[in-house]
Design a protein around this ligand. Sequence first.
Ligand code: NAP
Length: 337
Amino acid sequence: MNINPLMSHPRIKLKISSWFHHIHTATQDVQKLRVRQIRCFTSLPSSKQQERRNDHNPPAGQHLSRNCLVTGGASGIGYEVTKRLVQDGASSVTITTRDAKKGEKTLERIKDDLNVQDVPIRIIETDFLNPDSITKLWTALFDDASKRVPVDTLINCAGLSQSKPLVATSTSQIRDVLQTNIEAPVKLSQLLLKEYLRLGTKTKSHKQISSILPTASFNIINISSLLATRSGSGASVYSASKAALIALTRTLVLEASEIRSNYPYLPPFRANTILPGYIDTPMVRDFSSLYKGQLEKQIPLRRFGSSVEVADAVMFLLRNGYANNTVLNLDGGLSAV
Ligand SMILES: NC(=O)c1ccc[n+]([C@@H]2O[C@H](COP(=O)([O-])OP(=O)(O)OC[C@H]3O[C@@H](n4cnc5c(N)ncnc54)[C@H](OP(=O)(O)O)[C@@H]3O)[C@@H](O)[C@H]2O)c1
């Protein structure tokens, strides 16, 4: 029975049947599209799917076989990160310092701390204020013919802090901070990304890569600062350089993924950032006890963090195979204030 008498009108009947035709055709199209999409997801040859699934890190307790570069590895946070990488079974850790003697002392200190005779640490004297420094550093890394991929993990830790009102900051001071805190990480990240691409072009399978590179992933960890997201009087250039590290990380994640879509057998390339608050290192040692006390009162946990706690965060990001473009606050709650 027709409830609406208009529906039975021959002209309207014709229109309704043509709507039904359109709706039916559209539904069929959607179904075809869905089938096509499902086919797209399943169209990789099974060997490639297998390769893609293998992109996780070893579980905690197992060693990370990595070749690491830690800039600023002879001091503060970089020192603790270097020590943890060695403890965690890194195949090699190259550290940079502006002072080779300081580097040698670091080596001895780490051996003492770990109570071992030998550690796979190499020191390369590097000052990022020297325009040739990055090229020289990278060339030196590739001098070691025993390693076909001398770096797969880059920890950009070296940094120069400056506390000065912008109006009182000289051009050379601005340049020094930017060159150390952002230009060096950008150039080193570019070199590692190029190495990743080269590995993709010169190999043909996951198996072939595994024989060259035992590690589960390429990694970059940028040590930024809480000042990247918070204002601080006197920190304009430093804050700007640290904020740029977050932006760099974001783009690295995308560009590395684009490379991997062309070479799916490559291990994943992950990039992450840590934003430490106040950490007890040589960088803050010249704070007067009065000033330090005032700062501690503002921190919800009422204390500065330690280098060990930052090193823990680095190891978490290296181990967690799903951490990519993570921006990790490590500030005792100061970011909440
Ligand atoms: N401590 C904090 O409260 C805090 C807070 C937020 C972020 N951070 C960041 O954490 C990172 C590590 O700092 P830290 O606290 O461990 O202080 P640190 O002990 O003073 O370490 C700074 C490191 O940067 C290196 N460096 C400085 N200028 C350099 C240059 N021109 N060329 C090459 N290397 C240079 C130093 O190498 P040398 O061995 O040559 O001295 C040193 O290893 C820095 O990026 C810093 O901005 C620190």
